[in-house]
Design a binder for this molecule. Structure first.
Ligand SMILES: NC(=O)c1ccc[n+]([C@@H]2O[C@H](COP(=O)([O-])OP(=O)(O)OC[C@H]3O[C@@H](n4cnc5c(N)ncnc54)[C@H](O)[C@@H]3O)[C@@H](O)[C@H]2O)c1
Ligand SMILES: O=c1ccn([C@@H]2O[C@H](COP(=O)(O)OP(=O)(O)O[C@H]3O[C@H](CO)[C@@H](O)[C@H](O)[C@H]3O)[C@@H](O)[C@H]2O)c(=O)[nH]1
Length: 464
């Protein structure tokens, strides 16, 4: 292939962020060579195959269009780092499981190891880009790690990623904004400009925001905290709706048309999931406590408390509605991913609800169009097959069940033939719609007992 590339980019971490982000840069900048690296040979092999390691609508086509031309997936980290002008670090930064800050602080071991590795093999100056979500001031720690282990000059930039799973390609092609933070020195400003100019190839200039390092790092945590807060807020109101006869969708619409509030992220649900919201808020909470701001920490922690309560409340509602016992009953679970259009199950509320049902003695049959059987087994701690079975078809999952729980808002669940499903189920048949996506009036007409989030648990058949 041509050696005429104008710039060489390398990305450490070929996950949900590194893979799609680099793929879109490669598509939009054919003159830039982009190499995405990972320690996991399996993951890299999948990126180089026909079945990519992650599912994102539209991603496959773009990967296939650029792979082998200016987009490469490799485990040869050293070679990619050596030749790169710009190195993105997009490794995982999960919540710490043990030691100081366990359960809250971000585990920065992968991030620091990546930094040390870069310093040990770099043969010249580089721009290092924080793509991972990290605590404020991580860039300073990274700069020290690099400086102490290399004679070359490194500029560390913060370029947090705001893509959401399921819409990653669209979010990357048409972002609301791109944020680049860096040191406010001549070298720092030059590095900011170099990275910002890459994005400006396809993102309108006014949407490419440049800030100091700490603002960029903190903006990422703050954005996720605000988004999750909206969901917890509407979920808290959903409980009140169930007790008062108000309808949470009507309330969300009525407040969302106020342009100061806006309509997005007001869908009441069984709870938010995903690898980011909980982790990043806990990270923010930990940061506030370490800066001696317990009131601020408590304020944001309540977003998580409300989310945990919502998941538990949903599970308890299922049990109480089904005559206070689900023991020996079959429950069909429709949807296991944390949201539609992804196979990702990290922190999915389905895990909590399923675990509660298993504890109560129910037998589960789970169907999700994108989550693999292996993944569900792993998430549920390899349950015995007589307690949990994974089906490849929603109708098979529902046959013989006492209840259906909709835990992910997959579009295909809206158009299932519920009359057919009703006929195949044990009576009375219950539907627990954890995403408010089904036509509840129609289900009641068929004969289902319907529970939906933020709606009265009224089971009278609605007659036209
Ligand atoms: N998932 C999202 O939607 C999303 C969105 C925005 C930001 N983020 C943030 O981006 C970061 C990455 O998230 P993700 O979901 O892509 O994680 P991920 O777990 O899918 O991918 C991270 C990858 O990094 C690899 N890795 C770890 N250390 C490495 C090293 N030294 N060299 C090379 N590869 C290494 C791991 O093997 C793994 O494949 C996290 O900080 C996350 O908070 C995630
Ligand atoms: O009105 C809503 C919107 C979302 N959700 C749930 O919230 C969770 C998160 O959804 P979403 O934010 O769409 O997906 P993520 O991929 O987790 O993306 C979030 O987390 C990423 C990682 O930091 C950020 O980059 C994104 O900007 C941010 O939206 C999912 O369980 C959704 O079902 C609701 O319950 N109600």
């Amino acid at each position: 292939m041509s050696t005429e590339f104008t710039c060489r980019i390398c990305c450490l971490g070929a996950g949900y962020v590194g893979g799609p982000t680099m793929t879109v840069i490669a598509k939009m900048c054919p003159d830039i060579k982009v190499t995405v690296c990972d320690l996991s040979e399996r993951r890299i092999a999948a990126w180089n195959s026909k079945s990519l390691p992650i599912y994102e609508p539209g991603l496959q086509e773009i990967v296939e269009g650029a792979r082998g031309k200016n987009l490469f997936f490799s485990t040869d980290i050293d070679a990619a780092v050596r030749e790169a002008d710009i190195i993105f670090v997009s490794v995982n930064t999960p919540t710490k499981k043990s030691g100081i800050g366990a359960g809250q602080a971000a585990d920065l071991q992968y991030w620091e190891l990546a930094g040390r590795h870069i310093a040990s093999i770099a043969e010249g100056p580089k721009i290092i880009v924080e793509k991972s979500t990290v605590p404020v001031k991580t860039a300073a720690a990274m700069a020290r790690v690099l400086e102490s282990n290399s004679k070359f000059a490194f500029e560390v930039l913060s370029n947090p990623e705001f893509l959401a799973e399921g819409t990653a390609v669209e979010d990357l092609l048409r972002p609301d904004r791109v944020l680049v933070g860096g040191e406010q020195t001549p070298a720092g400003l030059a590095a900011i400009d170099k990275l910002a100019n890459i994005y400006r190839r396809w993102v309108p200039t006014e949407k490419v925001l440049t800030t100091n390092l700490w603002s960029a790092e903190l903006s990422k945590l703050t954005a996720n905290a605000f988004l999750a807060q909206r969901i917890s807020s509407i979920n808290s109101i959903s409980a009140l709706c169930e007790n008062t006869g108000a309808d949470v969708d009507e309330v969300a619409h009525a407040i969302g048309v106020d342009s100061r509030i806006g309509p997005k992220f007001l869908r009441a649900s069984v709870g938010f999931g995903g690898s980011c919201f909980q982790k990043d808020i806990l990270n923010l909470v930990y940061l506030c406590r370490s800066f001696g701001l317990p009131e601020v920490a408590n304020y944001w922690e309540a977003v998580i408390t409300m989310n945990n309560w919502q998941k538990q409340r949903f599970a308890e509602k299922m049990v109480s509605a089904m005559f206070n016992t689900v023991s020996g009953k079959k429950i069909a679970v429709l949807g296991f991913a944390f949201k539609k259009d992804t196979g990702d199950t990290r922190e999915t509320p389905a895990i909590h609800v399923c675990e509660q049902m298993i504890k109560e003695g129910a037998a589960l049959s789970i169907y999700d169009p994108k989550v693999t059987v292996e993944q569900m087994n792993y998430d549920l701690g390899s349950p015995s097959p007589d307690k949990v079975c994974m089906e490849q078809d929603a109708y098979v999952a529902c046959a013989g069940a006492h209840a259906i729980a909709v835990l992910t808002e997959w579009d295909e669940f809206k158009t299932l033939d519920y009359s057919r499903i009703y006929t195949s189920m044990v009576k009375p048949c219950f539907v627990f719609d954890g995403r408010n996506i089904l036509d509840h009036a129609k289900l009641r007409q068929i004969g289902f007992q319907v529970f939906a989030i933020g709606k009265s648990f009224s089971n009278e058949t609605v007659l036209d």
